[in-house]
Design a protein around this ligand. Structure first.
Ligand code: AMP
Ligand code: GLY
Length: 427
């Protein structure tokens, strides 16, 4: 099987690493990729959001499966175009991807499928916004309705800040969702779907804020770990029954089947599990931790989903170890990041089985690898327990540097210290 992976980031590098372990995958190609990916496989500098360019490349390379990493090509209709050409593709059609592309649409689907989520109001004007904000009270949760690379959400105790974010979204031509504030530990669960059946991957936890102890602005994600030792035993099954399967079934019934990864972003509150967001793709940086442990051949799994013949009874096989990944980001991320700095320490970073680097915003210039984006790379560590995996990842982080590099010190720390409080009556 020849597989083409679309996208430039850490998630795609992690997907490619996993695909290369599949004995039935003979060749993996990437478009556009990054410096780390280009060191391993052929990359093609096409615009992955342009359906015609993707089709041409897939036909030239005689591709058996296209895996779409990021949301932008999905929302641009790249999967639809590939399906029309009978090229198997893992990733939802444009309309199904609206589950991520519009939070208002996701809310509508959840209401119809009776999936538990935060109460929410849509606002198109400042008047509606301030009314909604006051009706829920603090802490205020204000979300841009559209795609915002994980940065469209403001959670704040300050009414002015909530209103300012609303204004900024309106100014940018978008509208907003105002939500009730939910309290509890967050879980990301990725569910592979073939449009009808679905299979969960191992749960992970992401760290969304830029600074330690969840301070500072929201980012795309600063680190992750998997599995979650504190999770109640029946958690995944509950999410499958109450969230994933009803959503997939409803999407099929309304004529917009969802083929790809349904990313369920969840909060465990004392009143039960609530969806805080759906995404239409693998999460980044959770994928780096989740796929580090997957033993089931990934290419075959994604191919059977793409061909609508997923075997629901498949039991995925996992490495018994824990995985932690720590993102190293450029100075000034998540605002306009500083780029173009030489990354030191990569050369002596042997690609060990339990400690390795996944590239994201990197580019090759001669002998050097330069920073070229906000989240530059992630260091993945595996260990017999979470503490060991965490130590290993941070040992790796110590070996890499560039001007202005920043990372969180507390990825997976609360879990190691057993400080995550899961509400007893959560379901
Ligand atoms: P989202 O992009 O919708 O996942 O939101 C980004 C982050 O904002 C989430 O991971 C949560 O940490 C936080 N958040 C979103 N919605 C809520 C909510 N209703 N209550 C509390 N925190 C939230
Ligand atoms: N890590 C959050 C996301 O991928 O949206």
């Amino acid at each position: 099987m020849k597989v083409l992976v679309l996208g430039p980031g850490g998630r795609e590098h992690a997907i490619i690493r996993a695909l290369q372990k599949d004995p039935q995958v003979t060749q993996v190609y990437s478009a556009p990729g990054n410096a780390g990916i280009a060191q391993q496989i052929p990359t093609y500098p096409i615009n992955a959001q342009n359906p015609a360019e993707v089709i041409t490349l897939a036909q030239q390379l005689d591709i058996d499966l296209v895996v779409i990493g990021p949301e932008a090509p999905l929302v641009a209709g790249v999967a639809d175009a590939l399906r029309q050409e009978d090229i198997p593709v893992f990733g939802p059609d444009q309309e199904a991807a609206t589950l991520e592309g519009s939070k208002a649409f996701a809310k509508e689907i959840m209401a119809e499928a009776q999936v538990p989520t935060a109460l929410a109001k849509i606002a198109h004007t400042m008047e509606e916004a301030s009314e909604a904000i006051d009706s829920f009270g603090p802490p205020y949760v204000v979300k841009d309705d559209g795609l915002a690379a994980g940065k469209g959400v403001v959670v704040t105790h300050h009414r002015e800040e909530a209103l300012a974010h609303a204004q900024a979204c309106f100014d940018a031509g978008s509208h907003i969702i105002v939500e009730e504030y939910l309290d509890g530990p967050e879980v990301s669960l990725f569910v592979i779907s073939d449009g009808e059946r679905c299979i969960p991957l191992a749960p992970a936890q992401d760290f969304k804020r830029i600074f330690d102890q969840d301070r500072g602005a929201n980012t795309g994600g600063m680190g992750a770990y998997s599995p979650l030792p504190w999770l109640p035993e029946n958690f995944v099954q509950t999410v499958m029954e109450r969230v994933a399967q009803p959503t997939i079934t409803h999407m099929k019934h309304r004529g917009t089947p969802f083929i790809g990864v349904l990313y369920c972003g969840l909060i465990i509150t004392s009143r039960g599990i609530r969806v805080i967001e759906f995404n239409a793709r693998f999460g980044d940086p959770e994928t780096q931790a989740v796929l580090a442990r997957l033993k089931t051949p990934l290419g075959q799994l994604l191919y059977s989903a793409a061909c609508s013949r997923l075997d629901e009874n498949t039991t995925l096989s996992w490495d018994s170890r824990y995985a932690v990944d720590v993102v190293m980001a450029a100075e000034n991320y998540p605002d306009t990041p500083r780029t173009g700095d030489v990354i030191n320490g990569l050369d002596d970073f042997a690609d060990e089985e339990d400690l390795y680097v996944v590239h994201a915003g990197t580019t090759q210039q001669g002998q050097d690898v330069l920073t070229s984006g906000g989240r530059v790379l992630a260091v993945v560590g595996l260990g017999e327990d979470l503490a060991q995996a965490r130590e290993r990842a941070y040992e790796g982080v110590q070996r890499i540097s560039w001007q202005g590099a920043q990372y969180r010190q507390d990825i997976a720390l609360a879990a190691v210290q057993q400080q995550i409080a899961v509400p007893q009556q959560y379901s």
